[in-house]
Design a protein around this ligand. Sequence first.
Ligand code: HAM
Length: 429
Amino acid sequence: MKTLNGVKGFHDVVPPQSERFTDLEQRLRAVLAAYNFGEIRTPIAERTELFARSLGETTDIVEKEMYSFDDRDGTSLTLRPEGTASVVRAALEAGLAQRDQVAKLYYLGPMFRRERPQKGRTRQFHQFGAELIGRDDPLADAEVVMLLADCLDAAGLKERDLIINSLGDEACRPAYRAALTAYGRAHFDELCANCRQRLDRNPLRLLDCKEESCRRVMADAPLVTDHLCEPCRAHFAQVERLLQAADVTYRVNPRLVRGLDYYVRTAFEVVAGNLGAQNAVGGGGRYDGLVAALGGPPLAGIGFAIGLERLLMATDDLSAASNPEVDVIPLTDEAAPAAVRLTRRLRARGMRCELEAAGRSVKSAMRRADKLAARFVVLIGDDELRAGRATVRDMHHKADHRLALAVDDPGSALVETLRALAAAGGQGA
Ligand code: HAM
C-alpha cells in the first residue's frame, strides 16, 4: 500500500532533533524565569477577526497566509499565525492587562502561515515569544531587547546582527507615510508590480522589498528617523543609551520595517548570517495601540518572538546529549532479571540507559552498542551472575572493569563509579 505522507510545509520533529528542541526550550525558559516572566498558553485557534484587527488588513499574513476555516456554526476561525494578538486577547480576558498593571508573559508553541516553503520557512513553525504589557517607558524597550539578546546567548547564537529602528507613532508616522508615498509615486515606473499595489495601502513595506529594482529606488527614499516627532526621538535616544549601558551590541537601520502593522516606535530584528534568504531568527517591537484596538484600556506593550527552527539551524553545532550513557546487555535469559533491576536503578538516578534484548552473542551486542555510541556497556552473563559482578566496558577508553552487582544496592554504587570513570578517564581493571 502507498505510504501516507505529511502535509507540505508541516514537519515532524524526530530524535535527535526533538532533543535539541527540548534542550533549547529549557535554556530559554531559564532566561525568562530570571527576568521574572510567567508562561502563558493560548489555544492555537482564534476568531479570524482577532488577527485581521491586530496584524493589519493589508499585511501579507492577513491577505494571503492565514489558515482560516468556518466552524460548524459559521464562525470564522484561524490557526494562529503569531502569538502577540492571542496573548493580548488572553491577558485582557484573564484580567492581567488592566490600568496600572504590568503583565510579563512568555509563550512557546506552533504558529501557522501559508507561505511558500523553502529553507528556514515552513507553514507550521514554532515561536518562543515574550510580551511586556503595560509599560511605555524606554527602560521597558531596553529590558525586552536585553531579554532577546540573553535568550540568543543562552542558545549559543554568537554570529548575529541585532538591528533596531524607530517607526514613529500616530503623531509622526502619517507625515512619513505621505513622504514615502510621494517618493514611491515619483518612481512608480521603477517599482515591481507588488510595490505599485502596496504604494497606497502600505508604503512602509516598499522598504522591505527584495526586488533589485525596488531596492535601487528605495536606497534614496526618505528615512523614518528624519521624520520622528520629538517624543519619539527622545524615546529612541534613551533606548539606545540604555542598551549601550547594558553592553548590548546592536546596529540602527532606519530602513528596518516589520511585516505586521501593530508596531509603533521601537522595532527590532535579529538576523543570522548562515541562514540564507530567510535569515531573521527573531523580531519584535512596541505595539502601544494594540490593547486598546482589541477593546482593552490604553495600555502600551512591547515584545518579541524567536523562530525556534531557525535558531536551531543557526546554532547547528550545539549538540544535545542524545547518546545513551549506558547500554545494558543481558547475555542470557537468566541474566535478564538482574539487568532489568540494574537498569531501573540507573534510570532512577538519571542515567540515560538502553536495555537490550536478552540472549545475543557478545559480538552482536557490541556491534549494536557501537552503533548507539553508548559511553559504557554493562554486560551481564552467567559468569557475571555467579561472581555478582557485571562487566563494564568503557567505550571511550576501551577498558573493562568488573563492578559489583550488589543485590541491596545495585544502582547507586555503580552510578557513582560510572560517573567517576567518565570524569577521570579509565584504566582497565
Ligand atoms: P515575526 O517577525 O513575524 O514576528 O516572526 C518572528 C519570527 O518567527 C521570525 O523572525 C522567524 O524566525 C519566525 N518565523 C516567521 N515565519 C516563519 C516561517 N514561515 N517559518 C519559520 N519561521 C518563521 C512576530 O510574529 C511577532 N508576533 C513578534 C512580536 C512579539 N512582536 C511583538 N511581540
